[in-house]
Design a protein. Structure first.
Ligand code: DGY
Length: 324
């Protein structure tokens, strides 16, 4: 008998093909995030769940099905899953690391360039028919080349950001809970500093840290006030890393020059006032959104799921303790 699987939202076909070959599959029939009640219904009677970062998978969801063996998240971040609870219940949790690194780094760079050179603002201006010819003071922005980049979190994505920064001949600072090996620092030309030094010295601060209780509101009022008035904040990691209410105030009162965001504290809602600001670029959590990368993520999530259901150790098992 094939194992039973629930896919909480349609993912790219290459991933579905893998799951459909090996499992009996139910898929969310709607093109939207499921309600809590629908998710609970979906989880009943299955062996494996393939879910997305928009699904909150907590103890309540897990408790409706004591036979659940694996939760495969189609994302590298897994803050939407209560991993401790899953481990207690001997449920494997997997994610999709590596395959979205470059795509997400590209997007973070696009955000950085957009806010520095006022691309979104000037695109809107041009579409509105306001362009009356070249002008010496039109949309003056900030130089990216030869400026200082501060990377918070020098993991896979942080390193990919640093590699791109070398092409712009930037000075690269980073901070992390663990200092990177010397070879990595040398290869990237990145200098390890404290968070305070990074905030006060960088022209661009970009966040690439995971969201844990300890990193919640890593950047709040105090940190924003430590940044240069001419600096920009970029967040393509997770919204709750930044206190979005404090950020809106920082942008309104010009504690910093601008921000460019792919992620939000209470997605899909935005903090009041954010979308009215000119000194912010906002895009709808599209960091990994290239066709090729989303296919790779779907394939990886499906491969993890099927491996776990076959009794193998999934390649991207997050909670290895579950095997003890
Ligand atoms: C992830 O995988 O965590 C990304 O945010 C998805 O775009």
């Amino acid at each position: 008998m094939k194992p039973k699987v629930f896919v909480s939202r349609r993912i790219p076909q290459p991933g579905l093909d893998i799951v459909e070959k090996e499992c009996e599959v139910k898929i969310n029939p709607y093109d939207r995030v499921l309600t809590r009640g629908e998710l609970i219904e979906g989880v009943k009677g299955i062996d494996g769940l393939l879910c997305l970062l928009t699904d909150t998978i907590d103890g309540e969801i897990m408790s409706v099905n004591t036979n659940l063996r694996i939760i495969s998240n189609c994302a590298v971040g897994y803050n939407n899953i209560d991993v401790d609870e899953a481990t207690k219940r001997k449920i494997m949790v997997t994610n999709t690391p590596g395959v979205l690194t470059d795509t997400t780094a590209d997007l973070a760079w696009a955000l950085l360039m957009s806010i520095a050179r006022r691309i979104a603002e000037s695109d809107k201006f041009t579409r509105e028919g306001k362009f009356k010819g070249w002008a010496p003071m039109l949309f003056l922005g900030s130089d990216v080349h030869h400026s200082t980049l501060g990377i918070i979190g020098l993991g896979r994505i942080g390193q990919a950001i640093a590699k791109r920064a070398r092409g712009f001949e930037m000075r690269i600072l980073y901070t992390d809970v663990i200092r990177a090996p010397k070879e990595v620092e040398d290869e990237l030309g990145a200098k390890f500093v404290s968070l305070d030094e990074l905030l006060s010295s960088s022209d661009f601060v970009t966040i690439h840290a995971p969201l844990f209780p300890e990193t919640h509101h890593l950047i709040g009022e105090t940190e924003l006030k430590k940044m240069k008035k001419t600096a920009y904040l970029i967040n393509a990691a997770r919204g709750p890393l930044v206190d979005e209410k404090a950020l809106v105030q920082a942008l309104q009162e010009r504690w910093i020059a601008g921000a460019a965001l792919d992620v939000y504290e209470n997605e899909p809602d935005l903090a009041p006032g954010l979308s009215q600001l000119d000194n912010v670029v906002i895009v709808p959590h599209i960091g990994s959104a290239s066709t090729a990368t989303r296919e790779r993520m779907a394939t990886m999530a499906a491969t993890n799921l099927v491996a776990g259901l076959k009794g193998e150790v999934p390649p991207n098992l997050v909670n290895k303790e579950v095997l003890d």
